[in-house]
Design a protein around this ligand. Structure first.
Ligand SMILES: NC(=O)c1ccc[n+]([C@@H]2O[C@H](COP(=O)([O-])OP(=O)(O)OC[C@H]3O[C@@H](n4cnc5c(N)ncnc54)[C@H](OP(=O)(O)O)[C@@H]3O)[C@@H](O)[C@H]2O)c1
Length: 304
């Protein structure tokens, strides 16, 4: 079981105060999405401790906590040390979900950053990496394991070698990048899709305003008397998938939860379906002429 709205924690610059996490718990969020690469594990851990102290929650078990294996640790023997470091950062005994952040392996012992040299990208070793992820689950360090940014092709490969199949694929999904084929594939295989950048990461370095400024969204929001963000999030929810949304603003974190007592019409869906599709610019971290992924097609196995 996983709450359908998760609270995103990635930001630039990295958050330096835990208050917004306490506000989120107070507002009702019970699912938090972090990663070693976000630099938010420690702050989230402190907030969980404080939330228990203040009585906002009785124990850590009331929360669903996801974290992710960074690419410099995507080496068979580094996965266990990585999850142990993550648990130590969070001050927790177990995660609810541990994901391979990207199907990318970077040379080990490098700084944990998205701004790495593309020549540092090594061939990804899916079998050995996944075997070590399975060991994390067997040892009880995480209740479940999954992946992020995997294509249908990579999921097929993973399902053929996994002894414990992945429960989640966390990928970009929003009205501007609807991923119908991947969502259908995951549903057929019993893999839950979690949508990152459901608002297109507006105002964030790796995103754009293409989603939030879309005229169709504006039109539907006006008709329904909702905000553009609420329409965008409701659409993701109505795809039968999980939302991971980030806001560090006290009003907006509440606004983003008010998507359950109304619905989009068939006409709204038809209009949204016709929106021209384009991925967000997040892939720029990995694609470059000096690395193995020269083009977007290379990175995404041609699944554009
Ligand atoms: N697995 C992956 O590779 C991956 C990649 C990217 C993201 N993620 C995860 O997914 C989470 C969410 O994705 P994201 O942060 O990229 O993008 P997002 O949630 O689509 O957008 C975040 C941006 O939207 C703004 N925002 C939030 N609520 C709003 C509202 N109601 N009205 C107007 N603007 C609003 C936020 O600003 P304010 O903070 O000022 O409200 C922030 O600038 C991340 O934090 C991270 O946990 C995972």
């Amino acid at each position: 079981m996983m709450p359908v709205v998760g609270f995103g924690t990635a930001s630039e610059p990295v958050l330096s105060d835990q208050t917004i996490f306490l506000d989120a718990i107070e507002a009702g969020y019970r699912h938090f999405d972090t990663a070693m690469a976000y630099g938010t594990e420690q702050l989230l851990g402190c907030a969980i401790e404080e939330a228990i102290r203040r009585g906002l929650i009785k124990s850590r078990d009331e929360l669903f906590i996801t974290s992710k294996l960074w690419c410099t640790y995507a080496h068979h023997d580094l996965v266990l040390p990585a999850i142990k470091q993550t648990l130590s950062n969070l001050g927790l005994e177990y995660l609810d979900l541990y994901l391979i952040h990207w199907p990318i392996r970077l040379v080990e012992h490098k700084e944990i950053t998205f701004y790495f040299d593309k020549v540092d990208i090594l061939p990804f070793e899916m079998g050995p990496t996944w075997e070590a992820m399975e060991e994390c689950q067997r040892l009880g360090l995480t209740k479940s394991i999954g992946v992020s940014n995997f294509t249908c092709k990579k999921l097929t490969q993973l399902l053929s070698l996994a002894r414990i199949p992945p429960v989640v694929n966390q990928v970009e999904v929003n009205i501007g990048w609807q991923q119908k084929k991947l969502i259908d594939f995951c549903k057929e295989k019993g893999i839950v899709v979690c949508a990152w950048s459901p608002l297109g990461a507006c105002g964030v370095g790796w995103g754009s305003n293409m989603v939030i400024e879309n005229p169709v969204l504006h039109q539907i929001a006006q008709t329904r008397g909702k905000t553009k963000a609420q329409v965008a999030l409701r659409w993701v929810y109505e795809q039968g998938i999980v939302i991971i949304v980030k806001s560090f603003n006290k009003e907006r974190i509440r606004e983003n939860l008010k998507i359950f007592d109304w619905e989009l019409s068939e006409e709204d869906h038809r209009l949204i379906c016709e929106i021209p599709q384009k991925r967000g610019p997040c892939e720029n971290f990995f694609v470059g002429s000096d690395g193995p992924f020269k083009t977007s097609e290379d990175l995404w196995d041609g699944e554009m």
